[in-house]
Design a binder for this molecule. Structure first.
Ligand code: HEM
Length: 479
């Protein structure tokens, strides 16, 4: 027995946590053993819904430090001075697997960063790839249905996965990256991150530029082959999480350089692709990377559930000086994350410490399940109010975005080029990298039906004949 009393949730001592109360030494349990009831009832509710995708993940705290002046592009206070430091929380994840999935699987990795700025939380909810499978958000639930478990068998299905991917010509760029040697990063530390979408920055003169965010790993890129990954998974399903925590504990702090690409509004008007198309990159040669600062992770969470599982990132979380773009995928995400989090964590999820802003927040929102912050006390909770307690801030209004055209379901595939960029990526690869792409693709596609394999080979051929031929040869060798 220790001096620290063991209590129930309301603070009363728990006299007995070893033997339930029974009617006689061999009789049934009594309902009045309220500690047993509390313990089981709490246990029964310990599981919350996992994230619909990116369910398996690991987090860490750290900081972002500005190294270069970009105030000509943005008035965001996080970037106001060289040397300025802002606290961050980062969560890395895989996408398709459930919460118990192994880390070292061939998959995209999520790269989410929450910057606790003095003007509110700013989140970049990105991936380790600069592009995505498609550019219309109507496809997103289908992607997840195709890559997750088959509704009849409960098994993952190569047929479903590749049937869907190969029917979307715009997916080839992302599929090429996932099947390349970068498809299984050695650890989270050894991969880059990308905001992927086009965002905007607004400066003090209220001028807008379009930007893309890049996190360049200072550890360098390192990957696992399929065979290496199999060996890792056989002995450790938590390899990436373990690596991250061990590196921080050893003082080997992981770092990324934050860089941006900038496109002016005038450049966007004449850019040869839609600058808001998530399936395309902006070539670095035309839009060079500009250094901004350094992210460093230095502290592991104290409690996985409280901090990592309950973390809620959203592309909708922006601060003055940073904003959205007309990218239709981004626009849909602005709705989807908060909606998922209200369901997954409850309406007051922003009060959970890992999500709470580190600056004052005053929204007039009130009530709702699990309200724990005093609920605004006696302050009136309507606006406008005579006291004008908290009022609009027109100084933060963004410059207008000029729009044109009819409201309609415009066909985003018309007149578009799906093949040039995956072809360019393929042509950049060394012979060894190309062979890895062929073999990885063949192994992943090998269990799909013949006509689906042929459709993929035809798509690859349109990007580069040698790409299609290489995949076809690798498939033939497997059969
Ligand atoms: C997680 C929706 C596209 C990166 C999620 C979640 C939803 C969602 C509902 C779970 C959120 C939660 O429960 O907290 C969508 C929709 C998309 C989309 C509707 C397209 C229309 C993307 C893209 C990226 C991305 C393009 C990367 C560029 C992530 C990441 C997470 C996530 C990293 C995990 C966040 C975390 O670590 O908690 N997505 N997503 N998603 N998504 Fe997306």
């Amino acid at each position: 027995m220790t001096d620290t009393p063991f209590t129930n949730a309301t603070g009363a001592p728990v006299a007995e946590n070893t033997n339930v109360m029974t009617a006689g030494p061999r009789g049934p349990v009594l309902l009045q053993d309220i500690w047993l009831i509390e313990k089981l009832a709490h246990f029964d509710r310990e599981v919350i819904p996992e994230r619909r995708m990116h369910a398996k993940g690991w987090g860490a705290y750290g900081s972002f430090t500005v190294t270069q002046d970009i105030t000509r592009y943005t008035k965001a206070k996080i970037f106001s001075d060289i040397g300025k430091r802002t606290d961050i929380f980062v969560r890395f994840s895989s996408v398709a697997g459930e919460r118990g999935a192994a880390d070292a699987e061939r998959d995209i990795r999520g790269f989410s960063v929450k910057f606790y700025t003095e003007e509110g939380n700013w989140d970049i909810v990105g991936n380790n790839t600069p592009v995505f499978f498609f550019r219309d958000p109507l496809r997103f639930p289908d992607l997840n249905h195709a890559i997750k478990r088959d509704p009849r068998t409960g098994l993952r299905s190569a047929d479903n996965n590749w049937d869907f991917w190969t029917l979307l010509p715009e997916a080839l760029h992302q599929v090429t990256i996932v099947m390349s040697e970068r498809g299984i990063p050695k650890s989270f530390r050894h991969m880059h991150g990308f905001g992927s979408h086009t965002f905007s920055m607004i400066n003090a003169a209220n001028e807008r530029v379009w930007v893309k965010f890049h996190f360049r790993s200072q550890q360098g890129i390192a990957n696992l082959t399929d065979a290496e990954a199999e060996a890792v998974v056989a002995r450790d399903r938590e390899s990436h999480g373990r690596d991250l925590l061990a590196a921080i504990e050893a003082g080997n702090l992981p770092r990324w350089t934050l860089m941006i690409q900038v496109m002016t509004e005038a450049q966007a008007k004449v850019h040869r692709h839609n600058p808001f198309d998530l399936t395309k990159v902006w070539p670095n040669a035309e839009y060079p990377l500009i250094e901004v600062g350094v992210l460093e992770l230095d502290r592991a969470p104290d409690n996985y559930f409280a901090e990592v599982e309950q973390a809620a990132f959203s592309p909708a979380n922006i601060v003055p000086g940073i904003s959205f773009s007309p990218d239709r995928m981004l626009q849909a995400r602005l709705f989807s994350y908060g909606d998922a989090q209200r369901y997954r964590l409850g309406v007051n999820f922003n009060q959970i410490p890992v999500n709470a802003p580190r600056c004052p927040f005053r929204s007039y929102h009130r009530d709702g399940a699990m309200r724990t912050d005093g609920n605004l006390g006696g302050i009136v909770s309507y606006h406008p109010n005579t006291g004008r307690i908290w009022d609009d801030q027109p100084a933060h209004a963004e410059p207008h975005v000029p729009l044109e055209g009819d409201a309609a379901h415009h066909d985003h595939r018309a007149d578009d080029d799906h093949w040039e960029q995956p072809g360019n990526l393929f042509r950049l690869m060394t012979p060894t990298q190309r062979q890895a792409l062929f073999d990885n693709t063949a192994r992943a596609l090998g269990d799909a039906s013949r006509h689906i394999q042929e459709r993929h080979v035809a798509n690859c051929r349109r990007a580069d004949p040698a790409y299609g031929d290489g995949v076809a040869t690798a498939l033939a060798r497997l059969s």
